[in-house]
Design a protein around this ligand. Sequence first.
Ligand SMILES: *Cc1c(COP(=O)(O)O)cnc(C)c1O
Length: 404
Amino acid sequence: MYKINENYLKLPGSYLFSMIGKKVNEYSKAHPEQEIIRLGIGDVTQPLAPVVIEALHKAVDEMGKVETFHGYAPELGYEFLRQAIVENDYKKRGVNIEVNEIFVSDGAKSDSGNIGDIFDIDNKIAVCDPVYPVYVDSNAMSGRTGSYDSETEKWSEVIYMPCTEETGFAPELPKEEPDIIYLCFPNNPTGSTINKTELQKWVDYALKVGAVIIYDAAYEAYISEEDIPHSIFECEGAKACAIELRSFSKNAGFTGTRLGFTVIPKELKCNGVSLHSLWARRHGTKFNGVPYIVQRAGEAVYSEEGKKQTKEQIAYYMNNAKVIREGLKKAGYSVSGGINAPYIWLKTPNNMTSWQFFDYLLENANVVGTPGSGFGPSGEGYFRLTSFGSYENTVKAMERIQKL
Ligand SMILES: *Cc1c(COP(=O)(O)O)cnc(C)c1O
């Protein structure tokens, strides 16, 4: 008789987005005349840049001719893309990463969920609270998180690092020593960032206690301020303690096209064993590469035109972020984020819970956002709005909120 992986049964239901969907559906059924504005989405809405479309078309045509057809991609990804990544994302920022330290993948969600494969079950993870749920859930699936307490909404074997108003929405070094530390900056959901000096403290800490940092930099393209690091490898010593995850989803609108990469420096070693070789083995065994046409599309993002066009898309979203940030401030809200990230994190007024504020906003302004409590217990009392909507709707939403 076979057995299932019972760790899956310990997972709490993915309540957040189904609950939002249910509430919005019920409301719009009862009030069909009301126009609802959705600022809860964590997905881009602008179409792919023209140069990306051009590269896709060209690559598709190549696939149709025997001379230029491409089968399985090289295990770590095509050299043309990895070279463009090394040049543009690292060398231009003064960071020396080798082409062979880049693993092209189908996105940062898969990579952040899969990276646990190369670590023993007996490792203690530390996560920010609130957090992008994939880090915790994927560790729970492999049995690394102990048992779930629905009262506290916490796993017994996870170190939670609260990121609230009191901590400036950044984590503090944990009291209990973790083995694996997940960091995501600019942050989803809070939109916060930390500067280079602060990130250096995490690198120093990881080196001191012998921990590895999984650094999710999916939103690095949204950074607008000078002293915010785009890569953890800008910090001294990071190559000996960190893995970086990157994605084309938010920086070039590839959420539906699928492309990302992981950087594992060769000098990252655990008792003399290179993590790079373990991930190479895992990648080669369980993954058969990203389509040639998508890797060509990714290469186009790094062309001069590509950089210009994707920069415009990000500027569009960041202008929305500014509209939300300023609009909420004018309406008297306490807000953070929205400067180096497409997310605005606000404190719910009058001590409302996150869900009470969700209902209030839906019913009185017909605006949909995301309750902060859905990202972890320390998200209670907060609310996330995203700048991925249209400019017109974003402005309209703020006008409605200001009238409340
Ligand atoms: C959107 C997002 C990603 C990107 O995931 P992809 O699989 O590359 O689309 C990664 N991390 C965080 C925190 C995100 O919000």
